[in-house]
Design a binder for this molecule. Structure first.
Ligand code: BG6
Length: 480
């Protein structure tokens, strides 16, 4: 058998796309609650107030808040060993800086963890997944304000202490390295002073000095959380989470080779190096100098980064990207990071290039670089599904995509990579992060909800549900 006996098979979600109940149980408003629904053709927008005239898909997500028992039972039926979910900071501290935590919010996650425990499913908790308390963008300048480091650490202390006997696996920040991308990091920094009401979420205007200082503060907060978590419970396994899409040179033109190397360093390894090795890579400061960015790094920061290195490296990968010095090359999109079109690959309906070899490539590259356990915590095919008259959903395209990726994982393990888990994204259909729509589905379980938020929210099993159940049952041996 290739996969280790205790391999963590499961699925992944995030509160702001899945949970709903945005104003229930004492929850406060998050940045994600202010983002309108969009689609493949119309962009999501961010509004300063939550207006009646727009639909905000985080408000109801797919209603895990009220349906967690049903969803967890479905996960158990598939045989999940692990379930990746995030805690909404605003359920615990509605304003981010409240004096006391919100007991109702804490209780909600107690219930969820107890339910998972009932079926022997291990929770894997993302502490922060794109849902900064909105108040921290108003009373402070988001992550650009140093105070957020302590506020985040206090939030971590609260949940680490409360759930120390219920949760063992933690991820500090989802895809922290997307802060290196101007069009994503500008909003993710939570610095909203210059925000135009109703701006497109990927066009809010960038200031690299603010963005990289904010990212530095996130890295320090992450490291402090890792150290604190280990003090609270030495059994905790705390990981980083990086968007690690493979980068290829489009051609063997040496310029393309160097561009690919540079993209890996500046977009993927910039954060991974700090979180795994405890210090910035050699290329980081020369690059910042090129941008005219000067980071304020205190001695305490340096020490914190050294003391708070992660136990494992987790990452998302949906596709690969090509880079080239040829500006006329045809473009392709991807999970936030795009590139040039690869003539050898097909793409999803959203233009993300499908490439299971990239999984083998990335697993080997990352394990070679860091030598610590790896976990794939996001992967999958976003596709439109059709519900047949009898209610069945034949998603053979999704099965094919996942099968190829699992085969690549198998080969990487055979090649010596220490891969400990796999949680494909959106195991139960949820709201798309980039477009805010429902049409882009990843799940084994279909949710009856449309892009405007209409539907019964009823759950039904797709063909991939039965297929994945067999994969888990056979520990990855049966893929057909
Ligand atoms: C990752 C995010 O970027 O990709 C998820 O961590 C997101 O939140 C996922 O949903 C897939 O992207 P999308 O845009 O298809 O939902």
């Amino acid at each position: 058998m290739t996969f280790p006996k205790n391999f963590l098979w499961g699925g992944a979600t995030a509160a702001n796309q899945y949970e709903g109940g945005w104003n229930e149980g004492g929850k406060g408003e998050s940045l994600a609650d202010h983002m309108t629904a969009g689609s493949r053709v119309s962009p999501r927008r961010i509004t300063k107030k939550i207006e009646d005239t727009f639909y905000y898909p985080a408000s109801d997500g797919v209603d895990f808040y009220h349906r967690y028992k049903e969803d967890i039972a479905l996960m158990a039926e598939m045989g999940f060993k692990v379930f990746r979910m995030s805690i909404a900071w605003t359920r615990i501290f509605p304003n981010g800086n409240d004096v006391e935590p919100n007991e109702e919010g804490l209780k909600f996650y107690d219930n969820v963890f107890d339910e998972l425990n009932k079926y022997g499913i291990e929770p894997l908790v993302t502490i922060y997944h794109s849902d900064l308390p909105y108040n921290l963008t108003q009373e402070y300048d988001g992550w650009y304000s140093r105070e957020l480091v302590d506020l985040y650490v206090r939030y971590c202390e609260t949940i680490f202490t409360r759930y120390q006997n219920k949760v063992r696996y933690w991820l500090t920040f989802n895809e922290i390295n997307t802060m290196t991308l101007p069009f994503v990091g500008a909003l993710a920094s939570g610095y909203l002073k210059d925000l135009k009401d109703g701006a497109e979420i990927f066009k809010v205007g960038d200031n690299p000095q603010i963005r990289y200082q904010a990212l530095h503060q996130m890295l320090v907060a992450s490291a402090k959380a890792v150290k604190l978590g280990h003090e609270i419970n030495p059994d905790f396994q705390i990981g980083c989470m990086i968007a690690a899409a493979a980068t290829y040179p489009l051609t063997c033109n040496p310029k393309d080779i160097l561009l690919a190397q540079r993209r890996e360093q500046l977009v993927v390894d910039y954060c991974g190096d700090v979180q795994v090795r405890g210090e910035y890579g050699h290329y980081a400061f020369p690059y910042l100098a090129e941008l005219g960015v000067e980071l304020t790094i205190t001695d305490d920061d340096r020490q914190a980064l050294k003391d708070g290195t992660v136990d494992f490296y987790s990452f998302s990968q949906y596709s690969s990207n090509c880079v080239t010095s040829d500006e006329s090359a045809e473009k392709a999109s991807g999970n936030l990071i795009g590139g040039a079109k690869n003539p050898y690959l097909e793409a999803s309906d959203w233009g993300w290039q499908i490439d299971s070899e990239a999984m083998y490539f990335t697993l080997n590259r990352l394990y070679g670089r860091y030598g610590i356990p790896l976990m794939i915590v996001e992967n999958g095919l976003g596709a439109m599904d059709t519900v047949e008259a009898d209610g069945s959903i034949h998603d053979d395209y999704r099965i094919y995509y996942l099968k190829e990726h699992i085969e690549a994982m198998e080969r990487a393990i055979t090649n010596g990579v220490d891969l400990i888990g796999y949680t494909p994204w959106g195991c139960i259909d949820l709201v798309s992060g980039s477009t805010g729509e429902m049409d882009k589905r990843y799940g084994f379980v279909y949710v009856d909800k449309d892009n405007e938020g209409n539907g019964t929210f009823d759950r039904s099993r797709k063909d991939s549900f039965y297929w994945y159940k067999k994969v888990i049952e056979s520990n990855g041996e049966t893929l057909d």
